[in-house]
Each structure stands twice: as structure tokens, then as C-alpha cells.
Design a protein around this ligand. Structure first.
Ligand code: GLC
Length: 614
């Protein structure tokens, strides 16, 4: 059966009509709490996203991914869902979500929503029912079976069932109190104690999530970003594993200082990551999505290594994409980036899936700041005033060059809101304002993710940099827009210089850089081009150089005229080293170069250029 969604984006002409839209899509992550606040309460909302659609259209992305906007106590920024089928009043109503979908589709933008299947909020009716029910009864057992309840160890069951650690710090188990007031079983939470893990062996859990998929697909969403896709299934018997995993890294190295064990080494697999059983879930979901004719996509957030394991999530009949965190974690280092790109392309090729490329998201220190650290491959979990402060100008330059690498690569690319403004992390946020549960659960040892979630600056001169619009107009409303309501997290002073109104239509700005890169990428069809390292590639000298060949081949026909599209070769050259490098002037013309990148026939350090080979 094929079901038609309520609203669909217009079918735009693509050079390769047999490819689904997501194969080469550039997808922009909106973190709704911090994108734009239309109702003026200091918290972003769906109406705010709606207002800024023209901005996203101008930028030229293909789709947006919305981080969770569902009913939630917001203990983990919405990744603690209490009702998967409704919108939290903080962000608006279900009608607002439907209106946003329709407006986005009208603007030619696809919309992906976040799905959080590993855990619910402790405020979810299933969990409150499980806690309230008498575990000695059949009904109580059934309610608890949807989650991971276990008796404790030791005298009186006073010790947790095993030694698993929460990703956010502290034990992954919390003890319950039975309805009659005595200490009872423990429940598992890989994240905060307000995020109890679901039991994916329970058929009711599986049915519920298939139903949630259909709920949103029927409303026309174009796909799902699947949260913690590697975590749903736990190893039989829940064997001990005392190493706390790092976020995104899966290895625990750096962020938690547990480098002594690398769980990516399958001699010591993490019993709650990347278990074989997760794949059956995604095969089922793939079938659900296949019932719909508008090519919905599923993208895995899976902290899995090595890449060979990650690409098992995108085998035919499973997910369609997986975030490439190896690329993200490579940092600003030519050898690491070169390896990440090579292995990604190899592994993607083996399963016939497109690659994805991503530099930042709502869980990472923004790359414009990471790349300005003395070690630009470092991956700290947040930065605070007492930490090393990034070199902002250096990080900004590198971030712009990194965009030229990311958007030159074939496949699909994910941008995090603010990437297109060159936005840095807030690295001196007052600890008293931090909301990330990691900060509390590590007793402040890790600052956590608030610094990358600071509200967007729209107007340099407006209060709150125009984040709290309090108007129905978009950011074009002019510098008067913006109310006095303070944004939910304060922005650093420096954000004024990055504000959208200082960059849109301003030559040389980072926004215009992204806009032009996306334009050229689309025009030349780089996203479906063929990749090859160029002869100039020498990562040990800090030089990344690759070509992307587009057009020509069996697909290279213009859809309207049927005429053959000539083959084009684009050379992407990036200098991550310390000295200027010569550029190939004889057979290539620079089509695009990063501000002041090319001087006297040389490419400056920390910059990049695209060349069209003649
Ligand atoms: C994912 C999300 C992150 C969240 C966690 C728990 O990693 O990206 O923000 O805290 O899952 O849901």
C-alpha cells in the first residue's frame, strides 16, 4: 500500500531522477529551543522556525532536521519525551507543527524530525504507570516490562544490578520505591535518571514506535533522525561494563579520561552499544517507511566504531544514512581527515549507501571553537571560563575552510544552526546557568553542551540579538525587532558580530560563503559526483586535495532538454598546514575561494579553494 502524506514538497528537477532526494541533500539542524523565538518568552518555538524559513531558503539548504519539540519536562533539552505525538506548549501546538511542515514544503524544504526510541521521559504515562503499579501483580509486571527494571544486588538489593555508567556521569541505575513505600527494583537509564531505557524485547514497545512513525509520516514528515540508534538492545544478562562511554566518541577517550579501554575494540564490546538486535528494529522501520511514496529517510545517530560497524546500519533494507562522526572527530588535522574520508568512502561503497559529512551538532563544542584550540583535534565536552580559551579568529578561518571541504565532498551534508554564521561556542557561560544534566551528574567536571546551544543572533543591535522576536515578521523586520525578554541562555557579547543581519547579502561573510558553496554544489551536482584524491594530496604536509567529477556518465542528461551534461571536474584544495602551498594555475580556474585564501598563486594556511579544471 502507498499512503500519501498530507503535504509534500514540490518535486524539483534533479539530474538523477532515480536517486532519492536525500542522497546528496544538505540538511540543516534546527535546535528549536535556540533557533528563533516568535512569542517573545525567551525560548525558541515552531512559529519562530516558520518565520525564518525565508532565511533557510536564501541559504539554499534542501531540508531541515528539527531536534525534539515534543511534550517533555526538558530535563535533557527535549530528548526526554513524555508524549511522542504532541508538541510541547513551550514550542507551540500540533497545528503549528503541521503548519510548519506545509510552509517548509511550500518553500521546497523537506523536514526531518527527531525520534527518541532508546528511552522515554520519566514523565511518560508508561513510566508513571510502571512506578505506580504493584510489581507483584500481573498488571504491574506488564507495565514494568516496557522498561528495564531489575532487582538490586547484595543484601536487601541495595547495590545496582550491574556497574554500568550513565553517559552523563554517575551510575546508570536508579532505585525505585514500591507503591507500599519499601525500596524496590532498580531501573536502567543510559542517560539521565529522568530518561528510563525502554525494553526493546517487549512487542508493545515495538508496536508503539511503528505507530509513532506512521503518525508523523501521515503528517508529511520526510524522515527521522534516530537518537542513540546503537543503544536500543542490550546484551543478554546485562554483563558488567564499568567504562563510561563518551558522547559521540563511543570510546570514552578524552571526555571522561577512560582511554584505558576502547570499546570500539570488539574484544571488549560495550554491552549496551551496537548489539546485533538493533538491526531487526531498523529493518522493520524501513518497511514502514517504504509504505510511503515521498521517500522518507532514516538517519542513525550511532556512536559506533570502526566505520565498518557504522555502515552496517545503512545496509540495504535498514537505515538510509548514518552520521559520520569519524569525520567530525578528526578535527582540524589533514592526516586524520584524509583517513576519515578514505575509510568513509570505502565503507559506504561496500554497502552502496551515500556518505554523510558533519562538523558540529547540539552535542559538540562548535567546530569554530574546537579548531581554535591549541590542539585542534581535541574534543572536550564543553568549555568553561577556566579552560583554555580558543583563538577565535583562527577557529573562524579554519571553520570557513572546513565548510569548503565538507560541502565539496560527494554525499549528504549536515549543518548545525549557526555553522553558516561561523558561530563560536559560548566558552564562558556562567556555571549557575548551565542546564545540561552532564554538568550536574559529573559535579561540574564536564561543562557539558549548553555552550553550543546558545540562542541564534539575528540582529546585531537588538536586545538578545533579535532572538526573542516577539513579532510575526522574520528577521527582515529590521534592527527594531527583538524584545527585552532575555533568551533562555545568554549569548556572549561577541555574537553581535556574527548576527545574521551583519552577514546576509554582505560580501565575504560566512553566510555568503555558505550560500555560494551550496549554490555551486547544486549547480555542478557535486553531491552525486565521483570522488578521487588528487596528485596534490599530501596530508602529512597538511594538504588535502581531491577532485569531484560530475556530469557525463550514464546519468548525465539534462532532464528538460535530454541533452548530455558535459563532464566537469572540480578540485577542492585545502591547506591545513603552516606554510602557503602552490596552486595549479595552468589547468584550473578558481571558482571559489575562501576570503583572502589565494595570494600570489599560493593558497594560504588554514584556507581552501575550489577550482574548476579546464
Ligand atoms: C543523543 C542526543 C543528545 C541526548 C542523548 C540522549 O545523543 O543527541 O542530545 O542527550 O541522545 O537522548
Amino acid at each position: 500500500m502507498t499512503t500519501g502524506p498530507l503535504s509534500t514538497p514540490p518535486s524539483e528537477a534533479r539530474n538523477r531522477p532515480e536517486n532519492p532526494w536525500w542522497v546528496d541533500a544538505v540538511i540543516y539542524q534546527v535546535y528549536p529551543r535556540s533557533f528563533a523565538d516568535a512569542d517573545g518568552d525567551g525560548m525558541g518555538d515552531l512559529a519562530g522556525v516558520m518565520q525564518q524559513l525565508p532565511y533557510l531558503e536564501q541559504l539554499g539548504v534542501d531540508a531541515i532536521w528539527l531536534s525534539p519539540f515534543y511534550v517533555s519536562p526538558q530535563r535533557d533539552g527535549g530528548y526526554d519525551v513524555a508524549d511522542y505525538r504532541d508538541v510541547d506548549p513551550l514550542f507551540g501546538t500540533l497545528e503549528d507543527a503541521e503548519a510548519l511542515l506545509e510552509a517548509a514544503h511550500g518553500a521546497g524544504l523537506r523536514v526531518i524530525v527527531d525520534l527518541v526510541p532508546n528511552h522515554t521521559s520519566s514523565a511518560h504515562p508508561w513510566f508513571t504507570e510502571a512506578l505506580a503499579a504493584d510489581p507483584a501483580t500481573e498488571a504491574g509486571r506488564a507495565a514494568r516490562d516496557r522498561y528495564m527494571f531489575r532487582p538490586g544486588q547484595g543484601p536487601g538489593g541495595a547495590q545496582p544490578p550491574n556497574n554500568w555508567q550513565s553517559t552523563f556521569g554517575g551510575p546508570a541505575w536508579t532505585r525505585t520505591v514500591d507503591p507500599h513505600g519499601t525500596p524496590g527494583d532498580w531501573y536502567l537509564h543510559l542517560f539521565d535518571s529522568s530518561q528510563p531505557d525502554l525494553n526493546w524485547d517487549n512487542p508493545g514497545v515495538r508496536d508503539e514506535f511503528e505507530d509513532i512513525l506512521r503518525f508523523w509520516l501521515d503528517r508529511g514528515v520526510d524522515g527521522f533522525r534516530v537518537d542513540v540508534a546503537h543503544g536500543l538492545v542490550k546484551a543478554e544478562g546485562l554483563p558488567d561494563h564499568g567504562i563510561r562511554p563518551g558522547m559521540i566518541t563511543d570510546s570514552g577517550e578524552d571526555v571522561s579520561g577512560h582511554a584505558e579501554e576502547n570499546p570500539g575494540d570488539h574484544a571488549h564490546p560495550v554491552p549496551y552499544h551496537d548489539q546485533e538486535g538493533v538491526h531487526a528494529v531498523y529493518r522493520d522501520w524501513n518497511q514502514v517507511l517504504a509504505e510511503y511514496s515521498h521517500e522518507p529517510v532514516m538517519v542513525a545517530e550511532a556512536w559506533v566504531s570502526p566505520l565498518e560497524r557504522l555502515f552496517r546500519y545503512v545496509r540495504p533494507g535498514e537505515m538510509h544514512q548514518a552520521f559520520n562522526f569519524t569525520f567530525l572527530l578528526a578535527g582540524w588535522d589533514a592526516v586524520r581527515l584524509s583517513d576519515a574520508i578514505t575509510v568513509s568512502l570505502e565503507e559506504a561503497g561496500k554497502v552502496g549507501a551515500p556518505n554523510t559529512w558533519v562538523l558540529s551538532n547540539h552535542d559538540t563544542v562548535r567546530h569554530a571553537s574546537r579548531f581554535g584550540l591549541s590542539d585542534p583535534t581535541r574534543y572536550p565536552n564543553g568549555l568553561g571560563a577556566e579552560d583554555e580559551q580558543p583563538d577565535e579568529a583562527l577557529g573562524w578561518r579554519r571553520a570557513r575552510a572546513a565548510a569548503m571541504i565538507e560541502l565539496g565532498l560527494p554525499g549528504s551534508a549536515y549543518l548545525y544552526q549557526g555553522d553558516e554564521l561561523g558561530l563560536p561556542e559560548h566558552t564562558t557561560l556562567d556555571d549557575a546557568l548551565r542546564q545540561d544534566p552532564t554538568f550536574v551528574r559529573t559535579a561540574g567536571a564536564e561543562k557539558g553542551r549548553d555552550g553550543c546551544r546558545v540562542p541564534m543572533p539575528w540582529h546585531a543591535e537588538a536586545p538578545g540579538f533579535g532572538f526573542t522576536l516577539g513579532t510575526d515578521e522574520g528577521y527582515d523586520a529590521g534592527p527594531a525587532a527583538g524584545t527585552a525578554t532575555a533568551p533562555w541562555l545568554p549569548q556572549p557579547e561577541s555574537f553581535g558580530a556574527y548576527a545574521a543581519d551583519r552577514q546576509v547579502d554582505v560580501e565575504g561573510s560566512t553566510f555568503e560563503l555558505y550560500r555560494e558553496l551550496l549554490g555551486v554544489r547544486g549547480e555542478l551536482d557535486l553531491g552525486t559526483g565521483a570522488f578521487a584524491w588528487s596528485g596534490l594530496h599530501s596530508p602529512e604536509l597538511g594538504v588535502l586535495a581531491f577532485t569531484v567529477t560530475t556530469g557525463g556518465g550514464q546519468h548525465g542528461h539534462d532532464l528538460d532538454s535530454g541533452e548530455r551534461v558535459p563532464e566537469q571536474v572540480v578540485l577542492v584544495l585545502a591547506n591545513l598546514g603552516e606554510t602557503a602551498v602552490d596552486v595549479p594555475e595552468d589547468d584550473a580556474a578558481a571558482i571559489f575561494s575562501h576570503h583572502e585564501a589565494l595570494q600570489d598563486g599560493q593558497l594560504m594556511p588554514d584556507s581552501a579553494a575550489w577550482f574548476l579544471k579546464r
